[in-house]
Design a protein around this ligand. Structure first.
Ligand code: FAD
Ligand code: NDP
Length: 522
């Protein structure tokens, strides 16, 4: 069947695309698209954090741009709209549910401050989930409007490559659309990983793709994994009053400073989250009453044990979305170990006009702001006469566990490995947030450390902050560290009193001194 060329008038711009009902016909048509005669200047595959940022920036620079985005439902059938992981099943719903949990803690504090709060307080999952989901839906809509405003053509289709300049997209209805472009950016992100050899894992387990969209409370939950997603989810589930257990096979928060990670876990344990350490699940069965019986093994003793849960949440990492893109056909190389797309510093893949950004690209942090900045910078390099590269040094991040952990720069372990113990000075303090005092909250894990070079002026290599509003605290200091701040400059920075941030500019005690790092008084 011959390709059908359709010409539609977008607001102020002409868009042209070809639609086709049969894959064979689409492939035939693709061969007819000659270089330099593409439909678009830029085609972005994936409408998440990185893809949308790149597309909007390119359109702002006057280019003809299309974005394709398609959400494959989770194995449990959960699906969502435009915006990618962060908006729908990541940062946004996570932070809002974290806020729900923090509010629970503040209600407990309230009576110390004179509020009369009727006891017992109860949390309504349905109400929270509905409010969070409505907000996410408003963001989906907002993204569509933004694309329209910037004259970016949006296709709700699942794309795969036909040739180096052409992709074929399949809509939910099965209709195929053929799109060609001079430059193609792959920004398809990743999806949660399910374990492969555990009976009942896929059938009965859910992931972060489902938890935020549950209509009913997950109830007593087992969270498997011990990284960002696992600890954040376990944190807010505990915080809203659910019986929550984390099963971790090795260490918490691999890749982060391990002293800080242990404190995060210690705080969670002392606030009700249970931990099964050194254990791996081996089987999940559904009992006649609908509950899940989980069997696990202690990795050291080999002993088996079982427990009953309402929900099992797998948080054991993510798999990049490269499987369905037909990358081999066009010569885009991936790392066979982790399926991520291999890119150079310019985000170029093994095919010169095909790029990859965000979570799908090898060696990039899996964070929204890095995906967004990489996308914008790529568009500026392609169409804006810029040569600026994304700098992945000193990227700040925060783990939104009940006691938040914000960090930027090197962990103590990394600093020692790179520079040697004798060249590193670590300043640290245990402090008590003022708000905790009247509320009689335990502040045992409120801790800060700054990792510096020992040689004056003692360049700051890393900052680690464990306490309330860690993201807000860390963001500002990240600027200083990015600008090459020294310990001496941080000490010359005037604090804002009374805050937790000011504790950073008062870090006088070095670990090496062995002095008590507990802050007393102002
Ligand atoms: P994504 O946002 O994943 O977008 C990719 C899009 O491409 C998706 O919509 C996908 O459906 C679509 N797609 C895939 N294949 C195709 C195809 N063949 N055709 C068409 N479309 C396709 N980061 C933070 O910075 N802060 C946080 O607090 C934070 N919290 C998180 C919490 C959780 C639970 C999770 C899972 C992640 C969190 N992240 C957080 C990470 C952040 O969400 C990601 O780093 C970010 O979304 C990556 O953006 P991206 O553009 O690379 O991909
Ligand atoms: P990670 O890959 O970071 O961690 C996976 C976790 O699962 C580890 O604890 C790992 O243990 C464990 N694990 C892996 N396989 C198994 C298994 N078969 N059985 C039991 N445990 C297993 O994945 P996440 O999904 O937590 O996070 C992905 C990325 O998303 C992060 O790197 C982060 O960049 C981003 N993110 C950012 C957030 C933020 O900015 N606040 C929040 C959430 C996610 P082990 O250490 O032993 O390998």
């Amino acid at each position: 069947m011959a390709a059908m060329a359709a010409v539609l008038r977008g607001p102020g711009r002409r868009f042209r695309w070809r639609t086709q009902a049969l894959a064979g016909g689409v492939r035939g048509a693709a061969r007819g698209v000659a270089a330099g005669q593409q439909d678009y200047d830029l085609l972005v595959i994936g409408g998440g954090s990185g893809g949308l940022a790149c597309a909007k920036e390119a359109a702002q620079l006057g280019r003809k741009v299309a974005v394709v985005d398609y959400v494959e439902p989770s194995p449990q059938g959960t699906k969502w709209g435009l915006g990618g992981t962060c908006v729908n099943v990541g940062c946004i719903p996570k932070k809002l549910m974290h806020q729900a949990a923090l509010l629970g803690g503040m209600i407990q504090d309230a009576h110390h401050y004179g509020w009369e709060v009727a006891q017992p307080i109860r949390h309504d999952w349905r109400k929270m989930a509905e409010a969070v989901q409505n907000h996410v839906k408003s963001l989906n809509w907002g993204h569509r409007v933004q694309l329209q405003d910037r004259k970016v053509k949006y296709f709700n289709i699942k794309a795969s490559f036909i040739n180096e300049h052409t992709v074929c997209g399949i809509a939910k209805s099965g209709k195929e659309t053929l799109l060609s472009a001079d430059h193609i950016v792959i920004a398809t992100g990743g999806r949660p990983r399910y374990p492969t050899h555990i009976e009942g894992a896929l059938e009965y387990g859910i992931t972060s793709d489902d938890i935020f969209w549950l209509k009913e409370s997950p109830g007593k939950t087992l969270v498997v994994g011990a990284s960002y997603v696992a600890l954040e989810c376990a944190g807010f589930l505990t915080g809203i009053g659910l019986d929550t257990t984390v099963m971790m096979r090795s260490i918490p928060l691999r890749g982060f400073d391990q002293q800080m990670s242990s404190l995060v876990m210690e705080h969670m344990e002392s606030h009700g989250t249970q931990f099964l350490k050194g254990c791996i699940p081996t089987c999940i069965k559904r009992l006649p009453d609908g509950q899940l019986q989980v069997t696990w093994e202690d990795r050291t003793s080999g002993k088996k044990d079982t427990g009953i849960f309402d929900t099992v949440l797998w948080a054991i990492g993510r798999i990049p979305e490269t499987r369905n893109l037909n990358l081999k056909e066009v010569g885009v190389n991936i790392n066979p170990e982790n399926q991520k797309i291999i890119v150079d510093a310019q985000d170029v893949t093994s095919v010169p006009h095909i790029y990859a950004i965000g979570d799908v690209a090898e060696g990039r942090p899996e964070l929204t702001p890095t995906a967004i900045m990489a996308g914008k910078l790529l568009a500026q390099r392609l169409f804006g006469q810029s040569s600026d590269l994304m700098d992945y040094n000193n990227v700040p991040t925060t783990v939104f566990t009940p006691l938040e952990y914000g960090c930027v720069g090197l962990s103590e372990e990394e600093a020692v490995a790179r520079h040697g113990q004798e060249h590193i000075e670590v300043y640290h303090a245990y402090y008590k947030p003022l708000e905790f005092t009247v509320a009689e909250r335990d502040a045992s894990q409120c801790y800060i450390k700054m990792v510096c070079l020992k040689k004056p002026p003692q360049l700051v290599l890393g900052l680690h902050f464990l306490g309330p509003n860690a993201g807000e605290v860390t963001q500002g200091f990240a600027l200083g560290i990015k600008c090459g701040a020294s310990y001496a400059q941080v000490m010359r920075t005037v604090g804002i009193h009374p805050t937790c941030s000011e504790e950073v500019v008062k870090l006088r005690i070095s670990k090496r001194s062995g002095l008590d790092p507990t802050v007393t008084g102002c």
